[in-house]
Write a protein that binds this ligand. Structure first.
Ligand code: SIN
Length: 491
């Protein structure tokens, strides 16, 4: 069945290598399925080690020409790309909902969010300044320049198939790197459409290459082993991040890692209840709970606990679950059956450990990978649901007594990506913001992501920052130039 796109040529099914759309060796393909129905949307080239190698060679060959352009020339191209993305927002959003499942309104939002990185870095890369250091000797001048690291490998996840790719591609390309990207096999169509628009914007052959395929270890193995790849940027699970870090050690690659989270959301007794409930709903149920920064643990002070829980319960009961393309859907399917089983397993473990099931909304029966939005109370730190990323629409509530206990519970994890808290007390705002071991902290706010902020985590949540003026740093090398100018002719 043709997909409901006004421009069907955005549906690409092959790898992009050296400016050509190519089949995989032997014509191998794999299915891309709609998680709302289980139906196959398209079959896509199943690229592997061979395609990864060819893509690296193309990126290597394109590097001198691309990095020799002025930042302004590259920025013009990126700006055309950004405009094309926005002009095709509706088709891109539909494609994303079809392959990823999120409601269409969220998919539209993600296209705008991802596009904003392209626009931002087109501008930011024009301000990659160096330094002149006051000299230590009269016959020398000391300079610092920043130059592109070289060929970048980008490996991106299925939960934000466009924005996670855009926030790696945009800074890398803007500062003069060339790229080999490997998007998740669950959601390649959004990435391929983004690459198609880059082609239309005039991206020279080899500057942006995309290898789609199911054999992630083979593709990742080639990318991490290659001496021609200077840098790996990865967004995904901490477990896979650890393997990639180890694999990059051999060639001492630069790495950026945006890994798993276990975000606490703290609600203190003095919080504005309406604001806290709104924030918890947004942080918990965005993308059906499949985000690294979603509120994984909701910690509520005892004085406000019952009021907060009652309000949250009403809101959860009203959530409409269904196909992301259907009008009024607020929660789409999870990505696959494994994800549904994992969430159900975590809920089962919590209930067996003494948690209470307060609300279990309705999910459609029939085909599709749905999990009902769920509210659990009495969750304790020993339970798996407190320690692992849920990645599903389950709100897990743990009570606390005071600020010290709240901070201790919040920091009791290896993860350190995002944390949120609600309070009206100014002193507490400072103390808790400083005490949370997290790369990003939302105070009386959970919508923290945008292209202007440095997104990234501490501890096992990774290294490096994406977005903001810091987002170019991960794609630049610092070079010191010591210029000997000889003695003054008057000496
Ligand atoms: C993520 O889940 O890692 C991305 C979320 C965001 O960019 O807001």
């Amino acid at each position: 069945m043709p997909l409901p796109l006004s421009d069907p040529s955005l549906l690409r099914r092959q790898c992009l290598i050296d400016g050509d759309w190519r089949d995989a060796q032997g014509g191998a393909t794999f299915p891309v399925d709609n998680p709302a129905s289980g139906e196959t949307l398209a079959r896509v080239a199943d690229g592997g080690a061979l395609e990864a190698g060819a893509a690296i060679a193309a990126a290597r060959a394109a590097l001198p020409g691309w990095r020799a352009l002025t930042a302004r020339e590259r920025a013009r191209l990126l700006r055309r790309w950004y405009e094309l993305v926005l002009a095709n927002q509706e088709d891109l959003a539909r494609l994303m909902t079809l392959e990823q499942g999120k409601p269409l309104t969220e998919a539209r939002g993600e296209i705008a969010y991802g596009a904003a990185y392209i626009d931002w870095f087109a501008e930011e890369a024009r301000r990659v300044y160096g330094d002149i250091i006051p000299t230590t000797a009269p016959d020398r001048r000391l300079l610092v320049t920043r130059q592109p690291v070289g060929v970048v490998a980008a490996i991106t996840p299925w939960n934000f198939p466009m924005a996670m790719l855009a926030r790696k591609l945009a800074p890398a390309l803007a500062v003069g790197c060339t790229v080999v990207a490997k998007p998740a096999a669950e959601t390649p169509l959004s990435a391929l459409a983004l690459a198609e628009l880059a082609q239309r914007a005039g991206m020279p052959p080899g500057v942006l290459n995309l290898v789609v395929g199911t054999d992630a270890p083979a593709i990742g193995g080639v990318l991490t082993a290659s001496r021609d790849v200077a840098k790996l940027s990865f967004t995904g699970s901490t477990a896979v991040g650890r393997q990639l870090l180890a694999a990059c050690a051999n060639t001492v690659k630069r790495v950026s890692m945006e890994l798993g989270g276990n975000a606490p959301l703290l609600v203190f007794d003095d919080a504005d209840l309406d604001l806290a409930v709104d924030g918890a709903m947004a942080a918990k149920f965005r993308n059906a709970g499949q985000t690294c920064i979603c509120a994984n643990r909701i910690l509520v002070q005892r004085g406000i606990h019952d009021h907060f829980v009652a309000r949250l319960r009403e809101r959860i009961a009203a959530l409409r679950v269904g196909d992301g393309l259907a009008e009024g859907t607020l929660i789409g399917p999870l990505i696959n059956q494994r994800a549904v089983a994992k969430v159900a397993d975590l809920v089962g473990d919590a209930l067996a450990g003494g948690a209470r099931l307060l609300e279990s909304g309705t999910a459609p029966g029939g085909p599709g990978f749905f999990h009902a939005p769920t509210l659990l109370t009495g969750v304790s730190p020993g339970m798996r649901i407190f320690r692992e990323e849920i990645f599903g629409p389950v709100a897990a509530i743990t009570p606390f007594s005071d600020e010290a206990q709240a901070l201790a519970l919040a920091n009791d994890t290896d993860a350190g990506l995002a944390a949120y808290f609600y309070t009206a007390d100014l002193g507490r705002i400072w103390r808790v913001s400083e005490g949370l071991d997290y790369g990003m902290v939302g105070v009386n706010e959970t919508a923290i992501s945008s292209e202007v902020i440095p997104f990234g985590g501490m501890k096992a949540s990774g290294m490096g920052r994406e977005g903001s003026r810091h987002g170019v740093d991960d794609y630049l090398e610092i070079k010191h130039i010591c210029l000997g100018i000889g003695p003054s002719p008057d000496n």
